[in-house]
Design a protein around this ligand. Structure first.
Ligand code: IMP
Length: 213
């Protein structure tokens, strides 16, 4: 089984990536197990694709091993697509978008991010509160080859948090076709329909067309 380093330090993301890639025969190890821990990679890109590549490439350079990165976030239509690539640090800046002084670092807590988002969307109807989670998974090989795949899941936002499962914006997001949030649905179900699951399925298809070795 091929060992692949996960660029993220987010334990929830690692658990989800492991749960999904385990079915594909990949062995994911956290980056600290590959000797890379105390490094912060500023996410200075303006797209999920850019940030995903930055993270995978930087950790691949430090570990010398095949590296996988996820850059993800929540795109909310009624507030112009925010927080998008700024999802992890949404509450760290005052407006809907960060200012020119944004350094690409300094994440804020899930609780603060959710409170800020709930305040911004409270004047919109359920039909208007459409949103999607996006995940771009990038795999970078030591020889420079790169494979990227994007996955999305559509849904609606609630005006209150529901459920203890998952992480991030999960307690306010109801995927289309369900009546419970990602915070309430079983992890196995989230991991079969999520943006991350969809991106990883596409990555697997792309990997089947090349020899990783
Ligand atoms: P990243 O680490 O820069 O990719 O930021 C991802 C951020 O997007 C997380 O901190 C969460 O706020 C949000 N996010 C991404 N995926 C999920 C998910 O599956 N559930 C809930 N929130 C998510």
């Amino acid at each position: 089984m091929k060992t692949i380093v996960a660029a993220t330090k987010n334990k929830h993301k690692i658990m989800e990536i492991e749960a999904i890639t385990g079915r594909f025969g990949m062995n994911i190890i956290p980056r600290d197990e590959a000797g890379v821990s105390d490094v912060e990679i500023p996410e200075t890109g303006t797209s999920f694709e850019e940030n995903s590549y930055i993270k995978a490439y930087e950790i691949m350079k430090l570990s010398g091993q095949i590296t996988i990165a996820d850059d993800s976030g929540l795109v909310v239509d009624c507030i112009g697509g925010a927080p998008g690539v700024y999802s992890a640090r949404f509450a760290a800046f005052p407006g809907i978008w960060p200012g020119d002084d944004d350094k690409g670092t300094a994440d804020s807590s899930d609780r603060d991010n959710n409170s800020k988002l709930l305040e911004l969307i409270k004047g919109f109807s359920f039909e208007e509160r459409t949103a999607r989670f996006v995940s771009v998974i990038t795999m970078v090989f030591p020889d420079g080859r790169t494979i990227a795949a994007r996955g999305e899941v559509e849904g609606h936002l609630l005006l209150e948090e529901r459920g203890e499962g998952g992480f991030g914006y999960d307690p306010i997001f109801i995927p289309l076709g369900y009546d419970r949030t990602f915070g309430e649905l079983p992890a196995e179900l989230k991991n079969s329909i999520s943006h991350r699951a969809n991106a990883l399925k596409m990555l697997k298809e792309k990997l089947e067309n090349i020899a990783i070795g």
